[in-house]
Structures are given as structure tokens and as C-alpha cells.
Unconditional design. Sequence first.
Length: 239
Amino acid sequence: WKEEFWRIFQLEKHDLKNLDFSKCYTFVISTRKFQLENQVEVEKLTLVSVRDMRELGEDDLENFQLEFNLNFNLPKQFPALTSLHLVEQAALKLNPFRNPGFMIRDAAFRRIKVIGPQHHVLNRIRESSQIGEDDLFELVIRLDDEASETFQRLYPSFSHRFGEMRSQFDQMCQHLDMLYAQVSNVDKKGASQIMDSHPIYKSTIFNAIRTQMSPREFLRTSPTPYLRNQFQSHLTLNT
């Protein structure tokens, strides 16, 4: 890792003379050399913290960069993540082959490390070379099209089971999209009449409308027990 750090440091043309050596610097290294499933598009160093080694206080990264004329990559900012609920929803939508998780930090420099459940599932597969139905379901409902293709390419022995369940999930989402479109074009009374004929989908449709998401997007960010219940109800109705 030391060699990789200095290789990318030189590649990005940073200058040690600009650094304040009374500070402790923390970086995340993105490198293709040690990647497993994670796909590194650009090799880079990301500066994630600067701390005074005497007083232990932490500096604001943007101000520090300007003051010392530095040009390190800085972490992306997501000002819309204003609650832990929104943070949890963001984690559920991660592509684990690109980002297993992320770190959140408030104005007081307090941090929480957030790992998506999809990444934990992949770890269990690596360790056991097996996949249970619960873990398979977790991947089917959380992975987007790109991540699904990557999973099936990297784990061909599970591809058939994954594709079968994914097809069932897609069919359910297509049915929900149809109901969503019908309900969106009528008044409240008409919407209730339509959904009274499809009671098992009522909660999902109205919650998708309330949150201004598509049914699939709402499901992808919903708790697993709710999803499992919706999916099983759909399978029971259509078998």
C-alpha cells in the first residue's frame, strides 16, 4: 500500500513542500492493483481528514486546501442526506461492486461508517461459496441493472437462480407501474376504487406516490421484511 500511495501521489503531481507537517493526513486510496469485485474506474487519492497532531483538532478540508494551495481529491458531499433515514435509503441503493459503503460526517466532524447490506451478502458468498434464499432475495431487490449483470458475470453458478427470481421481481414491478399510472391519472376517490381491486399492492402504490418515487425505487429503499411480504403476496396471487 505504501508503494501504491506514493505512485498515485506522484501521478497526481502533488508536492510535499506544500504540506504542513504538524498535521496528520488521512487518505482513501483507489487503486486497480488490489481490487477484487470492486471496480476502480480512476486511480486516485482522496483526502478525508486533516488533524492537528498537537491539539488534535480537525481542519475543514476545503479551507485547508485553499490555504496551502493543495489539489487533492475531496470526498463527495451529499447535502440532501439530512437524516439517518435518508442515509439508510442511500445505502440500500449502492452498487456494491463500485461502493461497498460510505462515511458520513457532520459539522462537528463526528463520523458514522455506513455499509450497504449488499456488501455483507457478497462477503458471505466469498466466505462460503454458497448463497441462501434470503441473501439471494436481498441482491435481487437491491441491485440495479448494472450491478445485476456484474453479479451474474462474477458468480455464474448462481446466475440461473438469480435471473429466475429477478424476472419474477421485474414482473411484479411492471404490474405495479401499470397500477401506479392508473392511480396517478384519477382523483382520490377513483384511486381508492382502483386499489380496492388490488389490495395487496395498495400500500406500495400509495407510498410510492407519497414519496414521489416509482414503485421499483420505493421497493428498493424499503425494509427487507416489507419487501419479502409484498413479493410473496404477489407470487401467491400469480401462481
